[in-house]
Design a protein around this ligand. Structure first.
Ligand code: AGP
Length: 607
């Protein structure tokens, strides 16, 4: 995904654009650029690399009061200055920034060649600029030109377009988020409300098919088909938590240690002790609906999918109701059968993940109902579902998701007790789980007071050819999450496998000194996991063991890291913490960019 920021108003645009890019950098950081309009001249300044690289080519000041900016995550074309947005049309009249994918860009490009126009980049976005300029030359207004071209485009876009001869910006949205911020005599544009919150709390979420003409006076909203639309102004409720780094060395470090407080915000107001359950009010689920639910489907990608897998197990365990966790991209590709009475939970930190959005649309197309379990307020998934819950993690900016994971698991745990209590879950059991959940932030803090021999574990994995992560039951998705963290920020090849399955193949990978991370909390499958430890050790593996503090199993590890005891259904909230720290400290030891790992973006808004 990419980051878009735009401004039109009475202030100097350049510093606002740079600050906007800085706040959006987590969305993609292959290259960055700005387009600044002053009088009838538009100046383009672009650089490969992060915002810091762009700042080396920017002037110390600029008179422009209108501008657009972009931070790119490459989809079409390599990471080069030529492929960096903004892109300009052949005649310099149109400059634009784009987030999304134009699926028929080759046909559009061929049409340009037929008109004698050649592109200077490999991107799909550039062809839009040329076609809009051609449409203008045929006598259309900017609005008509944009609508004409987008009616011929196929794919997804969040677009912000600047014109040399017109004092306005045109924004258009189809499948890629774009939000307008309303100031006094000024307007802001961003692909993420989080970058607007410092300027205004009055925002307008563009919907798919919307086109907005933006000037310093305000916005004129219409559909691509022409009809005028009333602009609904939403007042952003300030998510708790500062998005600034503060005195943390990295956002990931900050967000790992914010988990106790984030968890408190997720649980607050959602515990019903007397009924022995939690309750997610935002899902507006009545007991009779839950009782009649044939199954619960969960969706997610990456970390969110791991949380969904844990949710699936908790729902089946507590509600004795069939539940299934699906990888969003696979779900839609496999032509799913949807029961309209089933409940589908779409799990997503950003609420902008294209694969999960596509899966939701598939569910809704087949008469199903989807509930968002998301972090970003007002995100696409939240609005597409129209029902669901916010996990209240606060802004999560490090690409590697940490506090959102534990809050997703907590929210799904609350849901499992809620639907469980309409079935087999007893009041006493439900109460014990919820009391345990309320205790968990303190237990997390207790762990953070004594994180154990993480650095010894780092020594075992930092230069490993690969690392095997094993867990059973609720710890199997935790093992996957630990592997994902180490892969995505330390670039170490990892394999996560259910502990019981390891002997059916992956054990062949083991040789003398192979590091194996095994998650073995004090639950009903611990003894079985012990067998896997012995099988690995018999082949020379070095065991990094995540266990309950004080459990004798500790002696089975070469490096044993204990976490506080907690209710067996809540162990993932604690066993994941050492794995997050292991990945974080290994990445630092290897000199990796912890918060902006190569090739990744915080939220993938393309399929
Ligand atoms: C998590 O560390 C990864 N950055 C990635 O797998 C992420 O979880 C995935 O892209 C889903 O994002 P979402 O939660 O915003 O939908």
């Amino acid at each position: 995904m990419c980051g878009i920021f735009g401004y039109v108003g009475h202030q100097n645009a350049l510093p606002l654009l740079v600050e906007g890019l800085r706040r959006l950098e987590y969305r993609g950081y292959d290259s960055t650029g700005v387009g600044l309009k002053h009088n009838d001249t538009i100046e383009l300044l672009r650089a490969v690399g992060k915002v810091g690289s762009l700042q080396t080519v920017l002037p110390s000041s600029h008179n422009a009061t209108v501008g657009i900016a972009h931070t790119r995550w490459a989809t079409h074309g390599g990471v080069t200055e030529a492929n960096t947005h903004p892109h300009a049309s052949f005649d310099g009249e149109v400059h634009l920034v784009h987030n999304g994918i134009i699926e028929n860009f080759r046909q559009l490009k061929a049409q340009l060649s037929a008109s004698g126009i050649t592109c200077s980049s490999e991107t799909d976005s550039e062809v839009l600029a040329h076609h809009i300029a051609l449409a203008l030359k045929e006598g259309r207004t900017p609005q008509e030109a944009v609508a004409n071209v987008l009616s011929r485009a196929r794919g997804t876009w969040g677009l912000c377009i600047l014109f040399t001869s017109h004092d306005l910006l045109i924004c258009a949205r189809h499948g890629s988020p774009l939000i307008l911020g309303k100031g006094d005599g000024e307007m802001f544009i961003s692909s993420d409300p989080h970058a607007l919150a410092h300027h205004t709390n009055r925002v307008i979420y563009l919907e798919d098919g919307d086109m907005a003409t933006v000037t310093e006076e305000g916005v004129d909203l219409s559909r691509l088909t022409g009809q005028h639309v009333e602009a609904n102004v939403t007042v952003l409720d300030q998510n708790w938590g500062e998005s600034e780094l503060g005195d943390s060395p990295h956002f990931m470090h900050k967000e790992i240690y914010e988990q106790p407080d984030a968890l408190r915000h997720c649980i607050a107001g959602r515990v019903e002790r007397t009924l022995g359950r939690g309750r997610l009010g935002g899902m507006r689920l009545t007991n009779d609906v839950m009782v009649q639910t044939p199954y619960v489907g969960l969706l997610g990608c990456g970390t969110a999918y791991h949380a969904a897998e844990i949710g699936k197990m908790l729902i089946e365990s507590m509600a004795r109701l069939p539940a299934v966790a699906n990888i969003s991209s696979e779900f839609r590709s496999n032509d799913p059968v949807i029961n309209p009475k089933a409940l589908h939970l779409a799990v997503s930190q950003s609420g902008e993940t294209a694969d999960t959005i596509a899966a939701i649309r598939e569910i809704q197309l087949k008469g199903g109902q989807a509930f968002g379990v998301v972090n970003v307020v007002g995100s696409t998934i939240a609005r597409l579902c129209g029902q669901g819950v916010y996990i209240h993690s606060g802004p999560e900016q490090s690409v590697a998701s940490t506090k959102a994971f534990t809050n997703m698991v907590a929210a799904l745990t609350i849901f499992a007790t809620q639907i469980g209590r309409t079935g087999n879950l007893s009041r006493a059991e439900g109460r014990a789980i919820m009391e345990g959940l309320q205790q968990t932030p303190h237990l997390m803090e207790a762990y953070f007071d004594d994180v154990g021999p993480i650095d010894e574990a780092v020594e075992l994995v930092a230069n490993a050819k690969s690392v095997l992560f094993l867990g059973r039951g609720l710890s199997a998705p935790v093992a996957k999450e630990g592997a994902l963290k180490l892969m995505e920020i330390a670039y170490i090849p990892c394999l996560a496998y259910p502990a019981g399955e390891m002997k059916h193949g992956p054990i062949a990978l083991l040789e003398e000194g192979s590091p194996v991370v095994i998650v073995a909390p004090n639950d009903h499958v611990k003894d079985k996991t012990l067998s896997a430890i012995h099988e690995c050790r018999a082949r020379g593996a070095r065991i990094i063991l995540i266990h309950e503090k004080g459990d004798p199993i500790e002696q089975e590890g070469d490096v044993s890291i204990g976490v506080p005891a907690v209710h067996p259904q809540l162990t993932p909230l604690l066993t994941v913490l050492p794995l997050q720290l292991l990945a974080y400290r290994t990445a630092i030891k290897l000199g990796c960019d912890v918060d902006r790992p190569r090739n990744l973006a915080k939220s993938v808004t393309v399929e």
